[in-house]
Design a protein around this ligand. Sequence first.
Ligand code: IPD
Ligand code: CA
Ligand code: CA
Length: 260
Amino acid sequence: MQELAIDLIKRAGNYIRKEIDHAYAIEEKTNRSDLVTEIDKEVERMLIKGIGEVYPDHGIFGEEGMAERPKTLDGTVWFVDPIDGTMNFIRQKRLFAISIAIMVDGVLMFGFVYDVMADELFHARRGGGSFMNGVRLARLEEKEVKDALLCMNATWVTRNRRIDPSLLGPVVTDSIGCRAIGAASLELAWVAAGRVDGYITMRNMPWDYAAGQLLIEELGGVVGSIEGTPMDFMGQTSVLAGSRTFVEDVLTYLGDEKNA
Ligand code: IPD
Ligand code: CA
Ligand code: CA
């Protein structure tokens, strides 16, 4: 499965790099910032076809719905985001990723995040560690919020529909800095690579976070919801990721603020 996933990702990456400077159709999905292009759809089709040819009985949760999604997580299921960070793909032509995770009987077994333009392939195998372009990544450093470089979109500290904007303010204030890439899978991969120390969002789907989750867990880190609960992989969720110390510290901040 790993060999197939990497082969498909590399082929899709070549296709994207070839098409990125050509004209392509762009559509709005739910709103002005939720976009899809014909390249996203074509890449998802390529990935689904490649998986189906070798594993016709596997289920596939693809973001763009190019294949019928399974009703349960039974058996082997793949989570596929053909282009994570579509806005970056369109506007910046960099900092987007192909994200694929493979789950067997409810357990994440493989995770792949491919930064297409940087040609950086992050991969993890349960029990086997996490790697970037074949080089093993180091265990996450345990860091409290006060020593952490955060990765979080400014949305969550301004008026929004999902969280009281004052709750995460103190986390940002006390951290050593706050960054945002705009591609969740890559932000999680950057936590795994030690480029940032924690990622927080209020809105992700399994194809956004599952691959990055395994990358981080294999390095001793923790990925859960902002309520401190494990992921259920069946719908939208918040994500709080980083070293155990970081995650516990953020949960303490949130608890303190809510009780204030
Ligand atoms: C989005 C990106 C973004 C995150 C959103 C995702 P898409 O994925 O990962 O960083 O904040 O929640 O939906 O739509 O570009 O694949
Ligand atoms: Ca995505
Ligand atoms: Ca996408």
